[in-house]
Design a protein around this ligand. Structure first.
Ligand code: SAM
Length: 330
């Protein structure tokens, strides 16, 4: 049994990202307590979970209980799979209903009694306690270091454009498509989504209507070590003319506003045509993850061109930008 802690800013999207990866790995979510998910999955799921963008950490779930007393009692009955030294660390979630102040010390004593030594500054094994409606204890296997994503944020890239999704969100969009082989971003801009897909080992295809974006995206991809890509100058509303193949997955973040980035077209008209054009190059059963500003009904338009909606997640970016991320299936 595994546990996984999702990030709190887009929790529904984060949960569906986990679900999508478990569908590829052959596991499932069997419980949720706020940001804490219980997974029916084993180590074969690790390569898929390691792809996640909106996750904080995952690990092996060892014990869970309705009270601190019960947790400690159960902890005595299991053989703790500790490697080297250990430390107990508590995550008090916003819905925590228990007094966990003394728990690290008490649980530490239980584990110590099994012959393991505490090292508070540099433990080999981190025992994680989660407090929500219930209490849980497990062993951390993977921590998603924010620094790994931060170093790919827009201002760290050789080709810099301020209007770019956070790498964690780009990563989640890629994963929500359930791509295993390849991904197309038909409005790639500086290539943020393609970078995340390429780093997962997917072959990436990109299109942009502006030559400087095609050049810039290539610089960015090369800088982060992505080699298997095909980028084209072209129009996202005419994809079937650009490629003589269909795609397993598409993820994109269309322009939201100014006439410059819209290349003179009216925004909603562009969105409709892009949806239609993507539908034309997506494999049956393939998925599209796409962002639209909140004043455009992406679901209605996507259904009109033949997509099936499978997810919708709201995000308020700032006062004048609210958007939805959508996932559609062809
Ligand atoms: C919001 S940006 C994409 C940002 C990108 N996700 C990133 O991380 O850098 C939208 C891009 O769509 C491009 N674009 C606008 N109209 C287009 C069209 N008809 N066909 C292809 N690209 C288009 C713009 O040039 C712009 O680079």
């Amino acid at each position: 049994m595994l546990y996984l802690e999702i990030l709190g800013n887009l929790p529904e999207m984060a949960k569906d990202e986990v679900k999508a990866m478990l569908e590829l790995a052959g596991g499932r979510i069997i419980g949720q307590d706020y940001l804490f998910l219980k997974l029916d999955a084993d180590e074969t799921a690790f390569p898929y979970l390691d792809r996640l963008g909106l996750a904080h950490e995952y690990g092996e779930l060892i014990v869970e209980a309705d009270s601190i007393g019960e947790l400690l009692q159960k902890a005595e009955e299991v053989d703790w799979p500790i490697r080297g030294t250990f430390k107990v660390d508590t995550e008090t979630m916003a819905n925590c209903r228990h007094d966990v102040l003394d728990l690290p010390r008490k649980l530490g004593a239980v584990i110590h009694a099994q012959g393991f030594h505490v090292n508070l500054s540099k433990p080999d094994t981190l025992v994680r306690v989660y407090c929500g409606e219930r209490v849980y204890a497990g062993i951390r296997l993977r921590f998603f270091d924010p620094k790994d994503f931060e170093r790919r944020k827009a201002h760290h890239r050789p080709f810099f454009r301020p209007i770019s999704l956070h790498p964690r969100i780009s990563r989640a969009l890629v994963n929500l498509t359930k791509a295993k082989r390849e991904l197309l971003d038909p409005m790639m801009g500086a290539g943020g989504i393609l970078m995340e897909a390429g780093l997962l080992g997917l072959k990436v295809y990109g299109v942009d209507i502006r030559p400087e974006m095609v050049e810039g995206a290539e610089r960015n991809l090369r800088h982060y070590g992505v080699k298997d890509f095909e980028l084209k100058l072209g129009d996202a509303t005419r994809l079937s003319e650009l490629f003589d193949k269909t795609f397993e997955a598409v993820a994109t973040d269309p322009p939201y506003g100014t006439s410059a980035t819209l290349a003179g077209r009216r925004r909603n008209e562009l969105y409709r045509k892009v949806l239609e054009s993507i539908h034309g190059v997506l494999e049956p059963g393939g998925r599209l993850a796409i962002a639209f500003p909140a004043d455009f009904d992406g679901e209605e338009e996507a259904e009109r061109v033949g997509f099936k909606p499978v997810g919708r997640y709201y995000q308020r970016v700032h006062k004048s930008l609210e958007r939805y991320f959508y996932v559609f299936e062809r």
